[in-house]
Ligand binder design. Structure first.
Ligand code: FAD
Length: 389
């Protein structure tokens, strides 16, 4: 398709991955047929390019795409382990093919929604509309939702780590896994001056996703993830006759650089581009759903999409920056921080905290379980930076 002149719509989406599709779905579900939408992406997202895991209370909007859920999780270290009972939360897994199919089928049934495949070259916010420049021409929308173009992250006065991971979907010839208890964080892999753990998410007794995850400034060579996974599976879990039938690799930025939610009068940034990736954990899925629901509600009740972030967001962004500071400057081993957190606190308190749903008194209890020196030093440094000193 070549669009010599501007093509107009109500809602324009730059990026049709997790956050673009989620928001379109939330808006269309809340107000069927109310808005014309165009979703632009360089590729039609359909396959298994991601496996999303997240914890949630009650049923979420995409429960039909959940392949497996657990209400107990195990955390393990070299000489400790603990089973976490997490109700009222459930830890859930969604494979992206199921999510894309569910959302795309729902949106395709709406007459006013169109998908375009094109490279996005730039976005401009004007007074009453926004323009998306693409390889097949320009588009104009009353509101533009961007999850495609991410801001550059300056190195100065911010803390950034990469969460990089390689996962194997394993199939076993015989019953091997306990499908009721995943290894949520298993620190029994060789540790360095970074954070390293494996999680093993059993879908059945013979099938599981084993993923080796590192928080560090740089991504590794593929062979290094492979070596660690092979060593973990063979020497720690004691399983050798597995077949790897799918692989997953990903890199998620963990940064306290404030990503603006808004660019100009007409562009709202979503997903990782809009700062919805939690800086200290990389978890994004639930934040995207909460943000999408709030944006849909704002459009419905106020006629604009700029939903206010909850006030507590600032508090959590400070906590994230402090933890990132401790980790980036190696003030205290990451493995020990997580073990203190899981061994000395009620599981639900930890998940409330990591999911930004905790009360201040729970947070004080949690902080009391951390080593004070490194965290106070990190707090002072983050506070200095935030005050511009
Ligand atoms: C492998 C993997 C596993 C993950 N697992 C989890 C998890 O378990 N739990 C969790 O909470 N989070 C997880 N995340 C983090 C996060 O949920 C995902 O990265 C999520 O996809 C982010 O959503 P998004 O909409 O911001 O970005 P995306 O889903 O990546 O969507 C952005 C879209 O923009 C398009 N795009 C980008 N640039 C252009 C351009 N110039 N022109 C046209 N199109 C463009 C891309 O093709 C893409 O479709 C994972 C991430 C990865 C990579």
């Amino acid at each position: 398709m070549n669009m010599g002149k501007l093509m107009d719509t109500d809602l324009l989406f730059a990026g049709g991955g997790l956050s673009g599709l989620s928001l379109a779905w939330h808006i269309e579900t809340a107000m069927p047929g109310r808005y014309r939408m165009i979703i632009v992406d360089r590729e039609a997202r359909v396959g298994d390019d991601r496996t999303w895991c997240f914890w949630e209370k009650g049923e979420g909007p995409f429960q039909a795409a959940v392949i497996k859920q657990w209400d107990r999780l195990k955390v393990l270290g070299p000489d400790w382990e603990r089973i976490l009972d997490i109700p009222p939360y459930a830890y859930r897994m969604i494979r992206s093919s199921a999510f894309y199919a569910l959302v795309r089928e729902g949106l395709a049934a709406a007459p006013g929604i169109q998908f375009l495949t094109a490279d996005i070259l730039g976005l401009e916010s004007e007074k009453d509309s926004a323009v998306l420049r693409s390889s097949i021409g320009n588009l104009r929308g009353r509101w533009l939702f961007n999850s495609a173009l991410r801001p550059d992250i300056p190195a100065r006065r911010t803390r950034t780590l990469l969460q990089h991971f390689k996962g194997y979907f394993l199939t076993m010839p015989r019953s091997t896994f306990d499908p009721d208890v995943p290894h949520f964080m298993d620190f029994r892999v060789e540790q360095g001056k970074d954070v390293r753990f494996v999680y093993v998410l059993p879908i059945t007794e013979t099938r599981a996703l084993a993923e080796f995850t590192v928080f560090s400034p740089r991504v590794w060579e593929q062979q290094e993830y492979h070596n660690t996974l092979q060593d973990y599976l063979g020497n720690i879990l004691g399983i050798k006759d597995y077949v790897v039938d799918e692989e997953e690799f990903g890199v998620i930025p963990m940064t306290d650089h404030p990503h603006p939610l808004r660019t100009g009068r007409r562009i709202l940034n979503l997903g990782t581009a809009g700062g919805r990736t939690k800086a200290s954990t990389g978890f994004t899925f639930v934040n995207v759903q909460r943000h999408s629901a709030a944006v849909a509600l704002s459009l419905q009740s106020k006629g604009h999409p700029f939903a206010r972030m909850p006030l507590c967001h600032k508090r959590y962004s400070l906590y994230d920056a402090i933890l990132l500071d401790v980790l980036t400057r190696n003030l205290y081993p990451g493995r020990d921080i997580f073990s203190h957190m899981f061994l000395r606190n009620a599981p639900v308190t930890v998940f409330d905290f990591l999911g930004e749903q905790s009360r201040f008194h729970q947070e004080l209890q949690l902080f009391a379980s951390f080593p004070q020196g490194p965290f106070v030093r990190a707090f002072l440094r983050v506070a200095r930076h935030r005050l511009g000193l």
